[in-house]
Design a protein around this ligand. Structure first.
Ligand code: SF4
Length: 318
């Protein structure tokens, strides 16, 4: 008897366990590392296409067809999230995708964005129908913005802040802002003071602090320790929360029907970058990272940093 092949998904992945969104069914709107930024802490590696030009990378119809198939095949997720391998607001069809998804399901829809293009009217209009938007703000001034986020040359700090401000004022849903902190860079009272003053002006519904938990694009992007995160939390004047580490058991959600063997087998042939694993196995970057987290915890995979990027290799001899 012939075994049935699992359905192929190009844009939809998961559900994956998310620290902020519970069981999150992801939708990737842009190809790997198409982004307006090239953050030194990016867990996907260095940006390969830095752009501010929206393009139709994935059409609303194709995305919604996949989503409908996925939703009919399992328990409903807590959120559908537009996120993934780059900056979703670079997809010119963002508004149409959001509208179509809202028309097909009541599951809340979240968009994870770096917030760099919120100064554009069309981006704010496209996001208006989403239930939740999660932008980020990692720096308190232009110099730090350039140092951490390494934005496209057309993106300036004041313009980005003005866009974020306008968006929070006009958006009917909730905005949860992430501040990604780096040791010896922003985790110090003077830098937090600058970010805090901006937050008092922007006033998002929630402010969530995060730091490095996976190998970053640059070796000098260092994690803030758990103790220091608590100190930093106290330097903000408003309410902020620390996004906790994922519990190791959360990876169990991913294990059903998926095999770590494929990753180990690929890596036993040669060490690979995240992009190599993603394209070699047809996984989304988010799924691949979650699997790699588990394999690293199990001691089956290690990470090596070379001049041309981060490489994963297996400790298992085949
Ligand atoms: S962390 Fe996000 S915003 Fe920064 S480079 Fe990576 S994908 Fe882009």
């Amino acid at each position: 008897m012939q075994s049935r092949k699992p359905p192929v998904y190009h844009h939809v992945y998961g559900p994956v366990p998310s620290k902020r969104l519970g069981r999150s069914l992801g939708v990737d709107l842009v190809p790997f590392k198409v982004c307006t930024y090239d953050c030194i802490y990016c867990q996907l590696g260095r940006t390969t296409e830095k752009s501010v030009e929206p393009r139709t990378y994935a059409g609303a119809e194709a995305i919604c067809d996949e989503l409908a198939r996925k939703l009919s095949s399992g328990a409903p997720p807590d959120y559908i999230s537009l996120a993934g391998s780059g900056e979703p607001t670079l997809n010119a069809g963002l508004g149409e995708v959001i509208e179509k998804i809202k028309g097909m399901t009541d599951i809340p829809l979240a968009v994870l964005t770096n917030g760099s293009l919120l100064w554009r009217d069309e981006v704010r209009a496209a996001l208006a129908a989403a239930d939740l938007v999660l932008p980020s703000l990692d720096a308190g001034d232009e110099a730090m913005f350039q140092r951490i986020n390494r934005p496209h040359r057309d993106i300036f700090f004041e313009r980005m802040i003005a866009g974020l401000n306008d968006f929070v004022l006009s958006y009917p849903g909730e905005v949860w802002l992430e501040v990604f902190l780096l040791a010896d860079v922003t985790a110090m009272p003077s830098e937090i003071g600058k970010i805090d003053r901006l937050l008092q002006r922007i006033r998002p519904k929630r402010v969530q602090l995060n730091t490095v938990t996976r190998p970053p694009a640059e070796a000098f992007a260092l994690a803030v320790s758990a103790d220091q995160m608590e100190d930093v939390k106290g330097w903000f004047t408003g309410d902020v929360e620390i996004i906790g580490q994922e519990a190791s058991g959360e990876n169990r959600i991913l294990q059903a029907g998926q095999s770590y063997d494929e990753i180990v087998s690929l890596l036993s042939r040669r060490p690979c970058t995240l992009e190599g694993i993603v394209s070699g196995l047809g996984l989304s970057s988010v799924e691949a990272l979650k699997h790699l987290d588990a394999l690293i915890r199990m001691g089956l995979v290690t990470v090596v940093r070379r001049q041309n990027g981060l490489f994963y290799r297996t400790t298992v001899c085949k």
